[in-house]
Ligand binder design. Sequence first.
Ligand SMILES: [Fe+2]
Ligand SMILES: [Fe+2]
Length: 481
Amino acid sequence: MNIMNVDYSTKIPNNVNLSEDRQVLKALEGWHPGYIDWWNDMGPDGFQQSLVYLRTAYSVDPRGWAKFDYVKMPDYRWGILLAPQEENRVIPFGQHYGEPAWQEVPGEHRAMLRRLIVIQGDTEPASVEQQRHLGKTAPSLYDLRNLFQVNVEEGRHLWAMVYLLQKYFGRDGREEADELLRRRSGDADSPRMLGAFNEATPDWLSFFMFTYFTDRDGKMQLHSLAQSGFDPLSRTCRFMLTEEAHHMFVGETGISRVVQRTVEAMREAGIDDPTDIARVRALGVVDLPTVQKKLNLHYTLSLDLFGSEVSTNAANAYNAGVKGRYRETQIDDDHRLQSGTYPVLKLVDGEIRRVDEPALTALNMRLRDDYTQDCAKGLMRWNKIIALAGYDFRLTLPNVAFHRQIGEFGNIHATPDGVLIDDATWNKRKSDWLPSADDGDFIASLMTPVTGIGEFASWISPPKVGIDNKPGDFEYVKIET
Ligand SMILES: [Fe+2]
Ligand SMILES: [Fe+2]
């Protein structure tokens, strides 16, 4: 079988030769009905009988891997796709540095690997659950399609992790696979594993922020796992990253289009002050200070996903050869981190200070720094749109001490500029920095669905180019009425 091409003759499309792997095929086929039940209960609310113009992977060749066609979402071919095996790949870091990559789970690192796979797997269905109501208020058919594309691919990412659990972790892997369908985002009794994945995604501005900031945390985690000495995990994550890029594109361009529409509307109305919120809102667009508040919220929730700045778990996973650094193979050092330090922002005597910590225990901080740098690129684009329209207003990433639940700054309050403040000041001012109930109500008031072909809601610009180069009047979703 050619690894590049996906076998669609079996019930579960794959490029891992499932038809000759009876035991795993049986386990996956046993899991399938529960997955479909989950999709029907917790996947997109409505539109399940609509034809959606979706891409499906037919290959794992980066030069051409997807084809587009109309599909009803429950008929989407969720499959198991691994990037091709690299010949003679070696473990690129940790105590096993330079040894051949593992094709089976090493017994000594089994529990750690399983845990990391389960945590990654848990985020995939969680975001589908968080976004399930958004279809009803989509600002256009184009956006509706993008939402559903993200949703079906997160579903596929769940399949990817379940395959690893069922193939390599025996009975407890199968139990974990069942648990992934049992937990629910935001559920009081059995929530999803990570904080940001239990928050609501109440509106489309949140959706764009989520796909920009939280899917980007996913990108960083997948990059680190793509370095793993456990080769099947590495190959799985490498292909997931191909799909993930689109999710962040949806976020980045979504926010660009919101900002674009806002500055255009302000110009047309002759508004010079972007902080004149009442006047801007009266135009039926989102004022820039509210965009900043949403950004503050989603960025900080995503920072928490990186865990504590100084972490022995992260050090152990690195030592074990299980989870590497972002772009590990391109870093010029010993890839063991037995010496060397990394600067970590910490709270020392009531002040935020940079403290050198052993590089090995500071890996979460390093990954988070890489993440912040990656986030900054979008802000440059958004700020350029604002500047080109002639406005003196900049979107910024808040200080890492602001609005944190986890790590060094989890127990203090700080302003977005990183000034430490007491509880009373925080309570008085937090609605200046984070979306308030009023802000939420205003955004909700804009969320009326637009389903006409080629039409867009008042608060968002059309995209510059269509998906799959389709023209502006393309019917991305044929809504079943
Ligand atoms: Fe994903
Ligand atoms: Fe994603």
